[in-house]
Write a protein of this length. Sequence first.
Length: 229
Amino acid sequence: MKVALDSTLLNKVPDFKIGIIHYTKIVVSESPQMIKGRTQLYQENLFLELQDKPVTERAGISEWRKLWKSLGADPNRYRHSAESLMRRIAKQNYITPFHSAVDLNNFFSLQYEMPVGIYDINNLDGDITVSLGNGETGYEGLNGRFNSLNNIIVTSDIKGAFGSPFVDSKRTAVTENTTEALHVFYLRPSLSPKESTELLAAAGKMFTQVHGSDFTTGLLSKDQQSLEI
C-alpha cells in the first residue's frame, strides 16, 4: 500500500507534513487502568491550565486554526478534532474511556495539540492519498451525521475519503476486532522533520506497549511525498 501527500496541500502550505505509523498484530481491548488513570489526570491538569489560558491560545491549537484558514475553511464552523477535545475539557466534560486504541489516539491528540486519526487497514482499499476535499467530498462520520468536507484536509482510498482532522468516518473505525491499523498524525507544520520523526517514534512505542504489535513510521513532506507501508 502506498501513502501519498497531494502537491496541492504543499502548494498552499509548503511545510505541511503528515506522520504515518503502521501497526501489525495489535490487540485492541478495554484500556488498562494505567492508561485510564493517566488520561484522567492529564485532563484534570489541562482543565486547570485552561482556566488561565483559553483553548485558542494554546500553541498547537492556534497553529492549526491558522492552517485551517489558509486552506479556505472556517475554523469556527469546522473545529479540528484536537480543538474540539480540548474545548470539552475546558468545560470539565471529560473524555470517557472507549477502548485502548481510541483512548490513546485521543491522548496523543491532546498531548501534541494536533489532530490524530487511527484507521482499520482491513477496511481500506488500495493506495492512500492525503489531499484537500472539494464540494463533493464527504462521508458518514463518527459524529453520527453526514459531513461535507470542502476545503478540509482528507485522507482517502479508492472508495473515497475516510478520515480528516475534522471528524473520521464510520467505515474505517478501529474496533476491538482490529489487528492492523494506520495511525495518521496531522502534524503541526512548524515541527521540524527531526521533531516529527521523534514524535512518531515516541507515540508508536507507547501504543505498542499497550497493544503488543510491531510498528513502522514514515513522514510525508515536500522532501518525500509518498511512501510504501
